[in-house]
Design a protein around this ligand. Structure first.
Ligand SMILES: [Zn+2]
Length: 344
């Protein structure tokens, strides 16, 4: 019996100590289960008591009941204390929150670089009196080649690594010049059109090549059109796009089947006067393919080449953007890399 009495005393001391060391409601609940739970330490003593003699029961019974009641009341008191403490801490925090604390900003969406570019380009061409037109990406042999003076046996077809569809005669357009034909069939001259759109070429990708890319292209048809017009328009466009009023251009001969004569237009480097890494120390950057619309092309759109002449020039959107924004890899345009995309 003395053993049980000692055990009760030890239990009481251990409980008091554990309670004093508790600082959270979770830990308090742990103590309650450990001592007062159905499988708890006091319950275990009660079970032991069943085997005691009547006299032992008369002495130990009240002792155990007192222990149980004392534990319950101490737990309740401690619980109240902890709750009050937490409440006052919460109030304290509310009162003294730090107005200068750095809270991570909400992540906001931004325009995709393509959207941003198309907006800039369209604004420039609209300001010069051009109308924006559009055309399909899925095209026919006729619009992509035939009507653009590239018949079936023309060697220039080899330059376009075409994605042909299993449906004969259908393809993914290899350039936006298809829009010239579609537009000239419905809009009669004089006309001034600008178009941007996706093009596809079946070639290996690397930092400067993609199988899907975007082109921009302008077309002007009127009765008195000369090379001077294309040069003035190209220079004005490039000056506005690179925001550089003293940008100059130079012309080199170039071959495109749908123009005659055809030439390539280089711009003076917008970033240097002595040569830099962007212009590869040459001070010039190759930017546009241009020319006067080939009479065959006008004819295929029922426009009289004796009466009308036209000019056109085109460019890759990615190339313009890569130069303007110092982008080193064309594959970034179609990537989902946020650090790249959020810059625009
Ligand atoms: Zn340069």
């Amino acid at each position: 019996m003395e053993d049980v009495k000692n055990h009760i005393t030890q239990l009481q001391q251990a409980f008091t100590q554990e309670l004093a060391e508790t600082h959270s409601l979770e830990a308090l609940e742990g103590i309650r289960i450990s001592y007062l739970g159905r499988q708890g330490k006091i319950a275990a003593l009660m079970v032991q008591l069943k085997h005691a003699t009547l006299e032992e029961k008369r002495i130990l019974g009240p002792l155990l009941n007192t222990l149980k009641a004392a534990c319950e009341s101490a737990l309740l008191t401690k619980k109240k204390q902890l709750e009050e403490l937490m409440q006052s801490e919460a109030t304290q925090q509310e009162r003294y929150f730090d107005v200068t604390a750095n809270i991570p900003a909400n992540q906001q969406g931004s325009l995709h670089i393509y959207t941003h570019l198309i907006e800039q380009l369209e604004n420039i061409f609209i300001s010069m009196g051009f109308t924006i037109v559009d055309g399909p990406e899925l095209e026919t042999d006729y619009y992509n080649f035939e009507a653009l003076n590239i018949p079936a046996d023309h060697p220039a077809r080899d330059l376009h690594d075409t994605f042909w569809l299993s449906n004969p005669g259908f393809l993914l357009r290899t350039h936006t010049s298809t829009v010239q034909i579609r537009s000239m069939q419905t809009i009669k001259p004089p006309l001034a059109l600008f178009s941007t759109g996706r093009c596809y070429r079946n070639e290996a990708t690397d930092a400067t090549h993609e199988f899907m890319f975007m082109q921009g292209e302008c077309l002007l048809v009127d009765t008195h059109v000369s090379i001077a017009n294309v040069l003035a328009t190209a220079q004005t466009f490039l000056q506005r796009f690179f925001e550089k009023e003293d940008l100059t251009i130079r012309v080199r001969p170039g071959y495109f089947p749908f123009v005659e004569p055809g030439f390539e237009i280089d711009a003076s480097c917008p970033f240097c006067t002595q040569g830099c890494s962007v212009c590869k120390r040459t001070r010039w950057i190759e930017l546009l393919g241009a020319g006067l619309v080939h009479p065959h092309v006008l004819q295929s759109c029922s426009i009289d080449p004796e009466k009308y002449r036209g000019f056109a020039f085109g460019f890759g959107l990615e190339r313009l953007a890569m130069i303007k924004y110092n982008i080193t890899d064309i594959r970034l345009f179609h990537s989902s890399k946020l650090s790249f995309l959020t810059q625009f």
